[in-house]
Design a protein around this ligand. Structure first.
Ligand code: ADP
Ligand code: MG
Length: 274
């Protein structure tokens, strides 16, 4: 429903007969500084509809900042972001930074981009069901019954049908993260960003969350996944990006970059990880 109002900014590469194949997301040359600390130094990524792109790299390499820039939880200092054919319009401020020109556009696009966080970020004072229907009711203006029905279908998908009336604090970490994924799906996102979705979990709970993410991949959801689960990334991803000090140090198909990385830093990273 919210997408109906979108004016698509034309994009030279995707016009014409290939419109149906336009990338779900294209990000070009993102730069981000915190004060004088440069964190992202020109990061680009694109994903076609249905593709899974995994980002790997050491702690502090800028992975979370990059995801947060994509949905403008952080404002990039420079770069272009095109989501589902719509470019986020930016303007320059007096100090030379780029900021979004139209916050209504940002809100609209953000509502189409789902984000799954390391620490679930469920609202503790709401039941699982209330967590899931909150944004569909208030952002997408869905009818309550339709939102509730959709929520139950999503809870079934993530294996939590019996938990709808529970509060997050009554669930295990793995169940909370699956509820958080259901909440993200309730917004019918065009793109799902996942920032280390299993890093906060006890090892025995990782598998149940990865199974849900794998199912989302198989169903054709477009996802950008930050993860330390290398075997999983290798299995589900169409493309791997290795970030080092705010730059894409290596990029390619999983079979290439995991078996025969060109960059020495990627080799060292993999040697430490496996
Ligand atoms: P990663 O997710 O790869 O571990 P982050 O994107 O979280 O990396 O962080 C990259 C760098 O940016 C780190 O040096 C971190 O300290 C810094 N950083 C992240 N967020 C902020 C912030 N809000 N203010 C200042 N520095 C930040
Ligand atoms: Mg991070």
């Amino acid at each position: 429903p919210a997408a109906a109002a979108v004016t698509v900014v034309t994009h030279p590469d995707v016009n014409g007969p290939r419109l149906a194949e336009r990338p779900a997301i294209e990000v070009h040359g993102i730069h981000k500084r915190f004060g004088i600390l440069p964190v992202l130094n020109g990061v680009s990524v694109s994903a076609q509809p249905g593709e899974v792109v995994s980002m790997i790299g050491s702690s502090g390499s800028g992975k979370s900042t990059f995801l947060r820039c994509i949905n403008l939880l952080e404002q990039p200092n420079d770069g272009r972001i095109v989501i589902d054919g719509e470019e986020i319009r930016m303007k320059k401020t007096a100090d030379g930074n780029a900021v979004p020109a139209d916050m209504r556009q940002v809100e609209r696009i953000r509502s189409r981009v789902g984000m799954v966080f390391q620490n679930f970020n469920l609202w503790p004072h709401m039941t699982v069901l209330e967590n899931i229907v909150e944004a569909p009711l208030h952002v997408l203006k869905e009818e309550r019954q339709a939102a509730v029905d959709h929520a139950h279908a999503l809870l079934k998908k993530v294996g939590l049908s019996d938990k709808h009336a529970q509060y997050p604090g009554q669930l295990s970490g793995g169940q909370q993260q699956r509820a958080a994924i259901a909440r993200t799906l309730a917004m019918r996102p065009k793109l799902i960003l996942l920032d280390e979705p299993t890093s906060a979990l006890d090892p025995e709970l990782v598998g149940e969350v990865l199974r849900v993410i794998r199912q989302l991949a198989e169903e054709g959801n477009t996802m950008i996944l930050v993860t330390h689960e290398m075997q999983f990334a290798r299995e589900v991803s169409h493309k791997i990006l290795f970030l080092h000090q705010g730059k894409v140090e290596e990029e390619g198909a999983p079979a290439e970059v995991f078996t025969n990385p060109r960059s020495e830093r990627m080799r060292q990273f993999l040697a430490r990880t496996f």
